[in-house]
Unconditional design. Structure first.
Length: 260
């Protein structure tokens, strides 16, 4: 009798614990046609917006909506066929149509004397993580797009046009690229054209000062061109009028003429 009550308490505790966990849990029965859902917990209902009564007996693919062309879906289907454990990331859709990224860990389990097969899926919303990864990817792509080529004008002079909005990371890379280039070419003058730059701020100011100091040590003069009125005003704000020992010109043409 004591063991009986112990088993009842254990089963009740497990059911309550599964209902209370924050992650979504779903169980499917592959012995029934189309491997339908036979159980979902409250976490699954909160995650998807669907109530258990609306989805029991359905295949989980309804969460994909019309977005079926996902490589992870094929991998998931193969894992089910081969009865293998798998972790995949899926684009799923809540009841209100909102997209969310679902990290699904699916495990085959066999229970009872008949060794009956079920699949247990643990689902976690990783949308914030995927959005952060996307932002990083876009940022790295932006950096790559800003990697403009150094243009050699003659054996003594080269020009690097800067485009867009630059970060300190980008300037760190520019310093390395310019130092390697000038070290190989032995330039007398290196012109950085700012005409395509979106703004002159503290990052740009400190970056140019860093490049100027390094080029001076290498015997190369840094010249800045493409300085517009607003940029000139911003430059004065950061330099106090005399901090940067660099020649500035309104256009690249004027800078080149000064070297003749």
């Amino acid at each position: 009798m004591q063991q009986h009550y112990s088993d009842m308490f254990r089963d009740s505790f497990i059911r309550e614990a599964v209902e209370r966990v924050g992650t979504g849990i779903v169980i499917t029965d592959p012995s029934i046609a189309d491997n339908p859902i036979i159980y979902v917990n409250k976490g699954f209902e909160r995650l998807t917006g669907y109530e258990a009564i609306d989805i029991l007996g359905k295949n989980c693919r309804f969460l994909q909506g019309a977005d079926r062309n996902q490589g992870a879906v094929t991998a998931l289907r193969n894992a089910i066929k081969e009865e293998k454990h798998i972790v995949v990331q899926l684009r799923n859709y809540r009841r209100d149509g909102q997209l969310f990224w679902n990290e699904l860990e699916l495990s085959p389990i066999r229970i009872g004397e008949g060794n009956k097969l079920f699949f247990v899926g643990i689902q976690k919303d990783i949308t914030e993580r995927k959005e952060s990864e996307q932002l990083i990817s876009e940022y790295l792509e932006q950096i790559a797009n800003l990697s403009t080529p150094i243009i050699s004008i003659n054996e003594k002079t080269s020009i690097l046009p800067l485009i867009g909005d630059l970060s300190m990371d980008r300037f760190d890379q520019l310093v390395k690229d310019i130092a390697i280039y000038v070290g190989n070419s032995k330039e007398d003058y290196f012109i950085i054209d700012l005409q395509g730059l979106l703004k002159y701020d503290e990052v740009v100011h400190n970056g140019l000062k860093m490049i100027n100091d390094i080029l001076a040590l290498m015997g190369t003069e840094l010249i800045i061109s493409g300085v517009q009125v607003k940029m000139a005003q911003d430059t004065i704000n950061y330099t106090n009028g005399n901090e940067l020992n660099i020649r500035f010109f309104q256009s690249c043409k004027q800078a080149l003429q000064s070297l003749k």
